[in-house]
Design a protein around this ligand. Sequence first.
Ligand SMILES: [Zn+2]
Length: 279
Amino acid sequence: MGIVYFFIFVLGLVVGSFLNVCIVRLPQDQSVVRPRSHCPHCGTLIRAYDNIPVLSFLILRGRCRSCRAPISPMYPLVELFTGLLFLFCVNLYGLSPEALKYALLGSGLIVLIFTDLKFRLLPNEITVPGMALGILFSFFVPVSDRTLDSFVVLLTAVSPRAEGLLRWSSLSPVNSLAGLIFGAGILFVVGEIYFRLRGVEGMGLGDVKMMGLVGAFVGLKLTFLTILVGSILGTLVGLGEILFHQRDLKYELPFGTFLGCAALLLALFGTPLVPYLLP
Ligand SMILES: [Zn+2]
């Protein structure tokens, strides 16, 4: 089994290396396939032996081989983190569709966390296929947090005919779609209210689509918790920036980064909380 874990970890490192390419290129509308990687400082092509995940960064001591310009520590961190993510998923779910689902969700979230942090952008190339992938996975890996059942029971009190809806209210794809609509919907409404009140855009459509993606993967309850935890994180960091870095209220926080971190934590560790969440 050790060899399987080793292979999965290495696979994660290699995928992480590709995620770095996505993080740097997608927000600038560049291809993630061509051209090959080069040093952003001197333009020298990075040779294959200098492009080994994590190891090359350590061997080169974080500097470009030809111009000695420092290489961002983001690169080895994203690679290491993706490697650990893959290990975690396989350790928890074995070699299964579940492991693949959470490894893919985590990979997408890692890209979004860093593109928002670096560029204040959440690329459509990740969020839009991500939403579709979340729905697709719901056919193989159950998303049934039973939230819709509670709503149907409430509806039945009003109209006994609603009871017929109970049959589909716990179906996985229905719950996935409900999570998508809920996640995207809440962010859209909050963004609209903010825009009407302050006249400036506080939340872009990128955040809306990102929460649609999260909702499609994890369902209603964990999506609600993600927005809650993400908002608390954002508020704390925002207050910190105002108090300690003399930022004013116009400073644009990377809200997608906070939502992404919350989503990643809750998708990987939040499932045991689901039964305790109302309704
Ligand atoms: Zn260089």
